[in-house]
Design a binder for this molecule. Structure first.
Ligand SMILES: [Zn+2]
Length: 241
């Protein structure tokens, strides 16, 4: 199997997993940097993640121009992906979602931070990008490269950001990594709301977060991925050597 075949299958699986785990609904998307050309990325045509097939996946340049569109309408918010790949050479996958439990943290000024070891991968704390700061009244969607770059700038070296009144964006070193962080971002947000209702929270310390992140390698990612593949009815493909 070629690297491109592997990534195309991986993206179909990622879409199905994110839908099945409740991280995306009819909206939200996941992309991968093109394995043969770091200046391009792969992202489905505009379609609900649960419905996506391999032939829906389109190749784009980093400014969001389709290479071979063949009538496949693009997601308006593809600029999120291109702008992050442009700024972050270490990033090989991006998930954008409207993950429900994260939304309250984007609008209340309460900071989302890891309180569970499995959630350390969300980073020490999750910043909030507010499109209104620079772009004023918009439909809140990231609809051009200027907005995408502003979002990418706020993420900086981090793995995650919230987007006020809209959702979240997660980056990863692989598709499996970005999906893993996305699932635990939603869980962490849900648990933090529950814990806030009970009282003061003792979050993971910065040192604990760093230690957990350093242990989160292929063993952990593949264990979760294999299970999520099964739950989503998709084959588990061995990683290419
Ligand atoms: Zn969105």
């Amino acid at each position: 199997m070629s690297k491109l075949d592997f990534i195309l299958e991986e993206l179909v699986t990622a879409n199905r997993i994110l839908a099945n785990e409740g991280i995306v609904d009819s909206f939200g998307h996941v992309s991968a940097r093109h394995p043969g050309n770091p200046q391009h990325f792969l992202l489905s045509r505009a379609r609900a993640p649960e419905r996506i097939e391999r032939d829906d996946i389109v190749e784009y340049t980093l400014d969001g121009t389709a290479i071979d569109e063949r009538g496949r309408a693009p997601y308006l918010e593809r600029f999120i992906h291109g702008a992050i790949y442009e700024m972050r050479p270490d990033v090989h996958a991006v998930v954008h979602n409207h993950s429900p439990s994260t939304i309250p943290f984007g609008v209340t000024g309460k900071t989302l931070k890891p309180l569970l070891h499995m959630c350390a991968s969300i980073g020490h704390e999750v910043p909030v990008w507010d499109s209104h700061d620079k772009f004023g009244d918009t439909a809140l969607l990231v609809s051009d490269m200027a907005m995408g770059r502003d979002l990418a700038h706020l993420i900086g070296p981090r793995p995650t950001t919230l987007m006020r009144g809209h959702g979240a964006t997660v980056v990863g070193r692989s598709v499996r990594h970005a999906v893993f962080v996305s699932v635990y971002l939603e869980l962490g947000a849900k648990l933090q709301m529950q814990a806030m209702a009970m009282g003061d929270i003792k979050f993971l310390t910065p040192g604990e977060v760093d230690k957990v992140i350093s242990r989160t390698g292929p063993y952990t990612l593949n264990r979760a991925w294999e299970n999520w593949c099964w739950r989503a009815g998709r084959p588990f493909q061995a990683e290419l050597g």
